[in-house]
Ligand binder design. Structure first.
Ligand SMILES: *[C@@H]1O[C@H](CO)[C@@H](O)[C@H](O)[C@H]1NC(C)=O
Ligand SMILES: *[C@@H]1O[C@H](CO)[C@@H](O)[C@H](O)[C@H]1NC(C)=O
Ligand SMILES: *[C@@H]1O[C@H](CO)[C@@H](O)[C@H](O)[C@H]1NC(C)=O
Ligand SMILES: *[C@@H]1O[C@H](CO)[C@@H](O)[C@H](O)[C@H]1NC(C)=O
Ligand SMILES: *[C@@H]1O[C@H](CO)[C@@H](O)[C@H](O)[C@H]1NC(C)=O
Ligand SMILES: *[C@@H]1O[C@H](CO)[C@@H](O)[C@H](O)[C@H]1NC(C)=O
Ligand SMILES: *[C@@H]1O[C@H](CO)[C@@H](O)[C@H](O)[C@H]1NC(C)=O
Length: 478
């Protein structure tokens, strides 16, 4: 208690998640390692972009005795190499990022020529211009736009050139050497003037469009889609950037706010991977809410769904061996079950496991010869299932496994009986017939992750935590 480091850590954590009134249903945390990877990818693009610098021809005249007036020009310049070997991206709390480049190097090849009044004295040659110690600093402001996508804008760009050296060759090298100072200065100015506009252009035209590929709506099926829009500008701390997304299922045709809100998530401080995802149980619970209210969690079980080798078939003689009144009242008839989820199935995430405990009603009917359904009994069943969740390159995948079934008789049309007689039958139907259908509706297809185009996750590490599923990964872009 009272350990100042722990306190600082806790404060950083809290700040990392910002102080938004609305908790996100999904958080994407970029660590310094992730930003470094993004920087490496970005520098390749930036280097190509900056190599587009236009080097204007440069001419002038000067007086050299005993030749008199000498007119000279430097022309046909082309960038031979452009290198930005050192770069660094750092987090600027509450603002965004800062990209710093140092030790940049440019080599330009070109031609020079001169003319004097004495027409027999003129000359030309080539030159190599070396720009050394180029440094660039640019701020990257993070925000979100009206459609809920992340935005990035350049700010406070500055650049500086350390040294410019011209190496001249040709017959009249000594002469050209006389005016190299003015070409040094002119080219330095020309280059310095163009760098920041080109950097800004790269950010706006190359980086920004990549962020715009965030799928703010991920369609799942004909009922539901996930809202992955940003809840606001991403909070930045000295440790990380947290992109906070709504992370909420909604019904395509009838969007209504779920009657519960997302819990606060506190992501741990382990930053050894590039990106961490916090998937709130809220995301899964809104899925349950949407499918439940859309009537998709209603299942019918008929005898033809029961495997031939299972001892209890859905007929009145088979059930009559358990509850004799059934075969007495309805001899030799087939039966049918309706299974309805009676409330939103809530998922509970705890360190180590994820459970879901849907409450269902099972209504049993005998099918009379004229196809009318005669009610037999109504059970209240609470199933506890373990959700086994995983993440593949682009989706959260999973399935449910039964761990416990509890039931109570709510109502009987065939007189009193002990509900425990139905244990084996109900357990079997739930595990082998209902669960596969629930899996098919809510989990098997997987939930697409909110990833930018061309981003794949590797080295995924999964860890169910209090109220959310945490997973960390490294990123592969390309
Ligand atoms: C939309 O959903 C709400 C809540 O689930 C429901 O009360 C309402 O009847 C639905 N409206 C339509 C047009 O389906
Ligand atoms: C019933 O048959 C299936 C294959 O059709 C088999 O997987 C299962 O183990 C069998 N069950 C029993 C109780 O024999
Ligand atoms: C009812 O199911 C049992 C197996 O449990 C089967 O032997 C019997 O033929 C079935 N009766 C009818 C009427 O389908
Ligand atoms: C889930 O984990 C908690 C805590 O570790 C434990 O108490 C609980 O029994 C587990 N539930 C299941 C169904 O394994
Ligand atoms: C079907 O048969 C039952 C019992 O024989 C009878 O009570 C019911 O009215 C019949 N329903 C129809 C639609 O004929
Ligand atoms: C249904 O079961 C749940 C949990 O087992 C219980 O809390 C609830 O009261 C039951 N409802 C009825 C109507 O028996
Ligand atoms: C991820 O899982 C989904 C759903 O199971 C599957 O369709 C997809 O092919 C998987 N992708 C990879 C890369 O394994």
């Amino acid at each position: 208690m009272g350990n100042p480091h722990t306190l600082t850590l806790t404060l950083t954590l809290a700040l990392c998640l910002g102080a938004d009134a609305v908790n996100p249903g999904f958080v994407v945390r970029l660590t310094q390692k992730g930003l470094d990877y993004a920087r490496q990818q970005g520098m390749v693009v930036l280097q190509l972009q900056l190599a587009k610098i236009h080097l204007p021809d440069f001419s002038g005249s000067t007086h050299v005795s005993p030749l008199g007036k000498v007119k000279y020009s430097f022309h046909s310049m082309a960038i031979h190499s452009f290198q930005l070997p050192n770069s660094q991206v750092s987090l600027v709390p509450k603002v965004g990022l800062k990209l710093s480049i140092t030790g940049g190097f440019i080599q330009v090849d070109g031609q020079w020529k001169f003319k004097t009044k004495l027409h027999f004295i003129s000359g030309h040659g080539s030159f190599v211009l070396k720009v050394q110690g180029l440094s660039i600093s640019v701020g990257l402001k993070l925000g979100s736009d009206g459609s809920g996508r992340p935005t990035i804008y350049p700010s406070d760009c500055s650049n500086h050139i350390g040294d410019v050296n011209v190496h001249i060759s040709g017959k009249y090298k000594w002469l050209a050497d006389l005016f190299h100072r003015s070409i040094d200065k002119a080219l330095r100015k020309a280059i310095e003037k163009q760098i920041c506009p080109l950097v800004s252009e790269s950010i706006l035209q190359r980086l920004e469009p990549i962020l715009q590929t965030l799928p703010v709506t991920a369609s799942i099926d004909n009922v539901a889609a996930i809202d992955y829009s940003l809840t606001g500008p991403p909070p930045v701390t000295a440790e990380c950037v947290d992109v906070q997304l709504k992370g909420e299922f909604f019904n395509h045709v009838n969007r209504t706010a779920p009657p519960f809100s997302p819990p606060a998530l506190s992501l741990p401080v382990d930053h050894s991977l590039m990106v961490y995802f916090g998937v709130s149980e809220y995301l899964f619970n809104t899925a349950g809410y949407v499918y439940q209210t859309a009537g998709r969690l209603v299942f019918t079980v008929t005898n033809n769904m029961i495997p031939k080798n299972f001892s209890i078939h859905l007929n009145t003689s088979s059930f009559g061996t358990l509850i004799p009144q059934i075969s007495k009242m309805y001899p030799n008839m087939l039966m049918k079950l309706y299974i309805t989820s009676t409330s939103t199935p809530f998922l509970t995430m705890k360190p180590g496991n994820v459970t879901i405990s849907p409450m269902t009603d099972i209504e049993a009917y005998a099918i009379l010869p004229n196809r009318t359904l005669a009610p037999l009994f109504l059970l209240n069943v609470t199933t506890t299932a373990l959700a086994k969740l995983g993440v593949n390159a682009s989706r959260i995948v999973g399935h449910l496994e039964i761990s416990r079934v509890q039931m109570a008789l709510k109502h009987s049309d065939v007189g009193p009986f002990s509900v425990s007689l139905l244990n084996a039958a109900v357990n079997f139907y739930i595990a082998h017939i209902i669960l596969p259908q629930v899996n098919a509706v809510i989990l098997n297809k997987g939930y697409p992750l909110p990833l930018l185009d061309h981003v794949q996750l590797v080295d995924v590490v999964l860890q169910p935590s209090e109220h959310f599923l945490l997973f960390g990964a490294n990123v592969h872009y390309g």
